[in-house]
Design a protein around this ligand. Sequence first.
Ligand code: FAD
Ligand code: SIN
Length: 539
Amino acid sequence: MTTSNRIHRFDYLVLGSGIAGLFFALKAAPHGRVAIVTKKTSAESNTNYAQGGIASVTSKEDSFELHVRDTLTAGAGLCREAVVRAIVQEGPPRIAELIELGMKFSEREVPAAAGCRELDLGKEGGHSKRRILHAKDVTGREIERALLAAAEQRVCIEMFENHLAIDLVTTQKLGLTGPNRCLGAYVMAKATGAVELFAASTVVLATGGCGKVYLYTTNPDIATGDGVAMAYRAGASVANMEFIQFHPTCLYHPKAKSFLVSEAVRGEGAVLRTYEGKEFMDAHHPLKSLAPRDIVARAIDSEMKRSGSDHVYLDITHKPARFIMNRFPNIYRTCLEYGLDITKDMIPVVPAAHYQCGGVVTNVDGETEIGGLYAIGEVACTGLHGANRLASNSLLEAIVCAHRAARHALSQRQPPPQLTIPPWQSGDAHNPDELVVVSHLWDEIRRLMWDYVGIVRTHKRLQRAHKRILNLQAEIQEYYWDFIVTADLLELRSIATVAELIVRCAMMRPESRGLHYNLDCPEPDSAWAQRDTLLRKEP
Ligand code: FAD
Ligand code: SIN
């Protein structure tokens, strides 16, 4: 990697091109020049793989009150109710905007009104009503298509693909006194390896989650927690990182990498069965296979440990083949490629890391503790999800908070900073033989997190993980300062930081709540209801 003196100046710098970053960019574009920096191609994001859909109240049988109640119940006492109410109530106008921007949701015939159509509503775990708007089983792909097409038409938006944000530039890092303020970011252009400076008075972290911290995940390769790591290094608080959501049904197949089988499949009647073919969820929750995700994932984990099997089954074979193929065309086609006809065969599934409920601390307008820095989407911890996210609430949170952040940033606009920001500094040693160290450390962290900080934790496992992560961090730091950095090394640094934050938050919470389950303290402790685990790097 080389240092470049190239400086890009924009009014708004958006890091990430998933739903949160694109929605923000579209809102900001009428008011200034917007750069979207994204580390792969523009569509590559967690958003692109979303299947189930977006939860929002749109039917007469439903109400805001019910959606709020379901969200609070899933969140196990840790949601911020005012945030939940704001996000739930602001869903419908944002959905209308998505449709105006070109998003096509699935529709169905209105019963008893031939020729009339209405939005088709899916159901997922923990929802008391049908309220999931979807585009068959490829909702995220359709969102990215629509938002990217709209962004391409805005001359004020410039997209920088294959550009990896490395670190935020803040007044504190420059040694300036006064409240900490974000001035931009150092970004590596992957094609040349040059690190360039992007300066802006408003910087938006929309970098998504951190599934790649775990060995098994539903997330694509981009999900390395870079945003949380950058914000933490810059001095922002990070909260509730112990609440990693494991999705119960990731396809179990030696050749399938991270393929999700949507919860909507259970919403349409699929049931979980043991390796031997017996239903088992009735012993765990009255909602059986549609219980909240934390309960289903733990029940599967316990069933796999009991039987010694390496997966359980999801069974939708009792539904008509035509219905399955029409409602879940992507899941049907993909499974068929792996030799499974889901209209006839049960689907082997396992839980996998899926969603980061904690993140950079923000209010509902996406404001972080650092002036001029916003965090929106999965990277942020607004208080909506508490200890466990209700299915399909994340896409909703992303559009509501992106809208609010854009409105807030506009009201706070400041002239662009006129400071001299030094170019990026890095080590200059180059030794390709050592690259094996980077890939080894990647594997080690991901396996360690899966084995010791997974669905079921213990004090001892957490302590072990903590000790090991600190050693690995030291190795990575040494490597980082000596060698010319690569994208792999930068992402390794992120997953190591995020792994440390997850372990430290998990060690701080002396109870089990929502997604954090510790065998040594298996019950919730009322003293910890409403308490977040907070971490902040000392300057
Ligand atoms: P993302 O969509 O992940 O976008 C992050 C962006 O940041 C990407 O463009 C990435 O390349 C970029 N980026 C990251 N780091 C850097 C860096 N250092 N420099 C530059 N760019 C960077 N939620 C629901 O509500 N409903 C669903 O049905 C649903 N289904 C899901 C299915 C799957 C398989 C997965 C993985 C998740 C699902 N989720 C679902 C969760 C939801 O998709 C995500 O929480 C949401 O899309 C996050 O949006 P985002 O914009 O915050 O981040
Ligand atoms: C799914 O389709 O099962 C994923 C939904 C979500 O994560 O919200």
